[in-house]
Write a protein that binds this ligand. Structure first.
Ligand code: CS2
Length: 494
């Protein structure tokens, strides 16, 4: 039975903190912190990852690094967080049991639309020197072919039509407007840090923010661009921690550990890592005090993580769905799961630049992390937004390998598993319950067109991903199509 935890217990907050066992209380008193970091996206991942690093950095340095979190769309989580004085718990899901602790990293929680003026004020304040983002791949509104800002995307077009000021709907518009406000009020340097799973995520973010400024009807937009060139950096980063969606069982367990009711607990695996490009424009939290790594070039780490961890995640998500599994741990318990992880890692290893983690040891680590029975990471969660994730995770590696005439059987299997999962389900959604902003276009790939052969469908699907080059690779589309019957029958042949 999945009963929610009892809201009748006193709510977590500053006044009830004395009921929480001392060892589980925050490492810092949020009252001692100041707003110095503004973070867009207050999902579980930020709260379990960057917020954790920032809290430790503040605690160990004694510097007042507090984070103001901004909810881009709904204000429900921000309101709920504020009603707990921005305190929430993090539970580490260790194979042998759980460890829960309250985090005090967050000093305020705002809604992007209702609090637009406050956010601009914060972004303009010289006290704030880091702006970070976890808004998922779709929050960047990049054109799949060029990576430029898609100014025709409805949210972006609406923000530009609104003059790029006031209440905006996209984070990219809000960040651009905030940077303009910062330049106009003194222009203290600032670092804007993407924490989303994209190759060269710093450059990708810098590009769309600059594109927004260029398209905005501001008379001083050229001055904003010139100032950005000298005073704003967009360091690339690799964030890593497996953070499954919180369940009612997690909420009950957090309440049992804390003795108070936490409406917003997060859970995550014990492992966490953060690698950052050492190119900050001004002061930043000393995240290295919590193990973050600052390096001159993040590319080897970034591609290893994207192609190995995230690449395997997506492959397991779609293959696992075909085989009737629910979680990543379920797939690792099959007779093909571990083989798929190891084979995909071996296949893509030659595409990884030197200087990152050793591929074989990394693959071994993945098998251990994915096996963790305490982590209920739903394949549905990982499989969602595939049209935006797959190009980052698989397609560049596939291009490189095919250009070198290397065999790519595992990436072909992965692509076929994704294709299989894009079939329309009975309820009009995607077959296995995943969601995708391109779902309607993907469904059409199964219906439209002149040819009915599976190769044609695969070709159309690759076009829908913006991969026209791969769509024209007949050997690839034939190999992918040949995998579909087994997948339809729930057989994973690695
Ligand atoms: C996952 C990631 O949902 C997904 O697509 O692959 O969220 C993954 O768990 C994290 O990147 C791990 O750091």
């Amino acid at each position: 039975m999945n009963l929610p935890s009892s809201p009748a217990a006193p709510l977590l907050g500053r006044r009830t903190l004395d009921r929480v066992p001392p060892a589980l209380r925050p490492a810092v008193d949020p009252g001692d912190l100041r707003p110095r970091v503004v973070h867009f996206g207050l999902g579980a991942f930020h709260r379990a990852h960057q917020a954790r690093y920032t809290e430790t950095a503040a605690a160990r340095s004694g510097e007042p690094w507090g984070t103001v979190v901004v909810a881009p769309r709904s204000t429900g989580t921000a309101d709920a967080l504020r009603s707990q004085d921005c305190l929430y718990s993090i539970t580490e899901l260790r194979p042998e049991g759980t460890v829960t602790r309250v985090s005090g990293a967050i000093v305020d929680a705002l809604g992007m639309r209702p609090d637009a003026a406050r956010i601009d004020g914060l972004l303009a304040s010289p006290d704030v020197c880091v702006v970070s983002l976890t808004i998922t791949e779709k929050g960047y509104h990049r054109r799949p072919d060029s990576g430029a800002l898609d100014t025709a995307a409805p949210g972006v077009a609406a923000d530009l039509a609104a003059g790029g000021t006031g209440v905006l709907t996209t984070v990219i518009g809000r960040v651009a407007a905030g940077l303009a406000a910062r330049m106009r009020s003194g222009g203290a340097p600032v670092s804007v840090v993407s924490c989303d799973n994209m190759a060269a995520n710093g450059a990708a973010l810098g590009r769309v923010v600059r594109d927004f400024v260029e398209a905005a009807p501001w008379p001083d937009r050229q001055a904003v661009l010139d100032w950005m060139a000298t005073s704003v950096t967009f360091p690339s980063t690799i964030v890593d921690r497996i953070v499954p969606a919180t369940t009612d069982a997690d909420r009950r367990a957090a309440q049992a550990a804390l003795g108070v009711h936490d409406a917003l607990p997060v859970v995550g695996e014990p492992y966490r890592q953060w690698v950052l490009e050492d190119s900050f424009a001004g002061p930043r939290p000393p995240w290295q005090l919590d193990g973050a790594l600052f390096v001159p070039d993040v590319v080897p780490y970034q591609l290893t993580k994207l192609r190995m961890l995230n690449g395997c995640h997506s492959a397991l998500a779609y293959a696992g769905a075909a085989a009737g599994c629910t979680t990543i741990a379920d797939t690792l318990a099959t007779d093909w799961g571990e083989r798929l992880v190891r084979a995909l890692c071996t296949e893509i290893a030659p595409t990884l630049p030197a200087g990152g983690p050793a591929p074989a040891a990394y693959a071994e680590g993945l098998v251990q992390r994915f096996r963790n029975p305490g982590v209920r990471h739903l394949l549905r969660q990982i499989g969602s937004d595939g049209s935006l994730k797959i190009p980052e995770r698989w397609l560049d590696a596939l291009r490189e390998l095919r250009a070198a005439s290397a065999a790519t059987p595992v990436l072909e299997l992965a692509l076929a598993a994704w294709a299989n999962a894009t079939r329309p389900g009975g309820d009009g959604g995607q077959l296995f319950g995943t969601t995708d902003p391109a779902a309607a276009a993907l469904h059409r790939c199964w219906r439209d067109g002149t040819g009915s052969a599976a190769e044609d469908t695969v070709r159309r699907l690759l076009h829908a991903l913006g991969a026209a080059d791969l769509a024209e690779d007949n050997a690839l589309t034939t190999a992918v199509a040949a995998r579909l019957p087994a997948l339809r029958a729930g057989r994973i042949e690695v």
